[in-house]
Design a protein around this ligand. Structure first.
Ligand code: SF4
Length: 390
């Protein structure tokens, strides 16, 4: 169908001529089908392209075997590309964790990378609530978590976080967010639907300050890539308008919700997380209450323990009171703060972490301690800052 192919390549050809080549990655099957139909190609070619980039994880147009060779050649000649983000650098931790610098290859952002982290065997805290047994004998890892970035840098300015030092550089697009996941799945030869892979949107950035792109990425990951939203957790610093929007998302594309609490009360939280001055704890909780939970689903409260600041025993009791007072099915995920250059906090003593955990449990609060992962490669929580040391 040579004329049809010619019509197809006229679609967006202006952009290609300008050097602004649009990536296919990020468009869902419906959009692709519509675009191809408009260009005079059979609409099913759109579904084939979606299948190739989201299920077979091809990274080059030439690898789309279901498309006629002539069509692939013309696509490529016009500058179309898959446009999946590329793992530009990998740092490997002694504990199996891998930290990736992800390059988006856009002309104006070349060299501006975000980060993703692969944690085989999960991180002990955010891997969902269901007690499932891992499939046997399928991998050295039968369970893993991918930590995904939603922005390059971050504007929220949490005082304990290295990413905050970058400031916000830009929002990532839906394709760039979902593309990190597919790039990592492909690198690990993961098998969607068989391997137990969890996603945590807790990398660089505040997902709810890039809401539309973040949710579009989730829809791609659920509907095109085939991942379950029940295996995804999004963490927010407490962006109330974002939480309210999230509350109205349909459950089939709504990840689990985690609130980055990090302090027992507003006074301390406002010091540690200045965003608390805009949306104090009570307002955040009020918004969280609007989120309809699925059976057995719980809200996670992330709590970074800063030595001498938020790790004191009486603060554990205050946190327990606060969480109980929400009336929500909830758990607390404790994270011992990871040190970073230029940040003036102290790590909590391991006895303080244990005591805090015990006290929460003693107060009847479900609580876990997140195992620090990849600390030696700056991959642990709050350490993502495009650090180039490995
Ligand atoms: S902890 Fe999260 S929200 Fe806070 S500054 Fe760091 S990346 Fe942003």
């Amino acid at each position: 169908m040579p004329e049809q192919s010619d019509q197809l390549i006229n679609f967006g050809a202006q952009d290609a001529a300008d050097g602004l080549k649009k990536p296919l990655f990020g468009l869902d099957a419906e959009t692709l089908s519509k675009l191809l139909a408009e260009a005079g190609e059979p609409a099913f070619r759109g579904r084939q392209i979606a299948e190739a980039i989201y299920r077979q994880w091809v990274s080059e147009i030439y690898e789309m075997n279901a498309l006629p060779l002539s069509l692939r050649a013309k696509f490529a000649a016009q500058g179309w590309r898959v446009g999946r983000p590329v793992i530009a650098h990998t740092f490997k931790s002694s504990d199996g964790t891998e930290r990736y610098l992800i390059d988006f290859e856009e002309p104006d952002t070349k060299g501006k990378t975000a980060e993703a982290v692969w944690m085989p065997e999960g991180d002990g805290g955010d891997a969902g609530d269901e007690a499932e047994s891992a499939p046997e004998g399928v991998r050295a890892w039968s369970r893993a978590t991918i930590c995904v970035s939603s922005q390059i840098g971050c504007a929220v300015n949490c005082q304990f976080c290295l990413t905050a030092q970058l400031g916000l550089q830009r929002n990532l697009t839906a394709g760039e967010i979902a593309g990190q996941v597919v790039a990592v799945l492909a690198r690990q030869s993961a098998r969607v639907g068989r391997d137990r892979v969890n996603l945590v949107f807790m990398g660089m950035g505040e997902p709810f300050l890039n809401y539309d792109n973040f949710m579009a990425a989730v829809r791609l990951l659920v509907r095109e890539v085939g991942l379950s939203p029940r295996r995804m957790t999004v963490s927010t610093s407490g962006i109330v308008p974002g939480i309210l929007r999230f509350a109205s998302e349909p459950p089939d594309v709504r990840p689990r919700l985690a609130i980055s609490l990090n302090a027992p009360n507003d006074a301390i939280r406002a010091e540690v997380m200045p965003i608390n001055r805009k949306w104090p704890i009570a307002e955040v909780i009020e918004a969280v209450r609007r989120v309809p939970l699925r059976p057995r689903e719980r809200i996670t409260f992330e709590y970074v323990l800063l030595g001498g600041v938020t790790d004191r025993p009486e603060q554990a009791r205050e946190v327990a009171r606060l969480v109980r007072g929400t009336g929500l099915p909830a758990k607390v995920n404790l994270i011992a703060w990871n040190p970073g250059p230029g940040i003036d906090y102290a790590m909590p003593a391991s006895e303080a972490v244990t005591a805090f955990h015990e006290r929460l449990k003693g107060e009847g609060i479900a609580a876990t301690i997140r195992q620090p992962r990849g600390r030696d490669i700056f991959a642990a929580c709050g350490q993502l800052k495009r650090t180039v040391e490995g």
